[in-house]
Design a protein around this ligand. Structure first.
Ligand SMILES: Cc1cc2nc3c(=O)[nH]c(=O)nc-3n(C[C@H](O)[C@H](O)[C@H](O)COP(=O)(O)O)c2cc1C
Length: 180
């Protein structure tokens, strides 16, 4: 079977965001496994306007084409007002079939590990027929970042990231057989 393509989706787009540091860390762990093609997918690059407000056919096509090329996802999720970012919700709303019958893991961060945002995301993923895996690395803004801005993850998260990736790969491979 061909190698699976897994997108590591950065959920925040604000200037000064820390999500690229977290995404690159996950990718560095993933790349060492040599078991799939992992790539960073940065929502900010797609310049998606608020869904439905203006014609965004070009941006929507580019976004859906990228998602369609992926077999599974790792969402880098940050907690904004006890939920996911507006940018991530908007990007989720921009596609349907390109999400369906794929697997996803969640790596979140916030004052309590981004747990509330991660649980909100799980509800949305259910509606999009994305199978979200159980193992969930949850990073603390207080102990895994210096001054909330320089990412210094504790060693203990490594086991969880690999466990999450094991589950994402297993389900991504299984779900691929359901898609045309
Ligand atoms: C609008 C806004 C709301 C936030 N609300 C929460 C929150 O409810 N809970 C929390 O733990 N952190 C909250 N934070 C802190 C963010 O989780 C933290 O700034 C994090 O670094 C944001 O991710 P980013 O740097 O990738 O944008 C909030 C930050 C912003 C900008």
């Amino acid at each position: 079977m061909a190698e699976l393509n897994i997108g590591i989706i950065l959920g925040s787009t604000r200037q000064g965001r820390v999500s690229p540091q977290v995404g690159e860390w996950v990718k560095s762990i993933a790349d060492k496994r040599n078991d799939a093609n992992y790539e960073i997918v940065d929502i900010a690059e797609y310049k998606l306007p608020l869904f439905g407000e203006v014609d965004a056919t070009q941006q929507a096509t580019a976004w859906n084409t990228k998602l369609a090329s992926l077999d599974g996802f790792v969402f880098i999720v940050q907690e904004y007002n006890h939920s996911i970012t507006a940018a991530l919700k908007n990007a989720l709303d921009y596609a349907r079939e390109a999400w369906n019958n794929k697997a996803a893991g969640i790596v979140s961060y916030g004052s309590v590990g981004g747990a509330r945002a991660a649980e909100h995301l799980r509800g949305i993923l259910g509606e999009l027929s994305v199978a979200d895996v159980r193992i969930h690395p949850a990073l603390s803004l207080f102990t895994d970042f210096e001054n909330g801005s320089v990412f210094k993850p504790a060693d203990l998260h490594l086991t969880n990231v690999n466990g999450m990736l094991d589950q994402v790969l297993a389900w991504s491979g299984a779900l691929k057989t359901l898609r045309p």
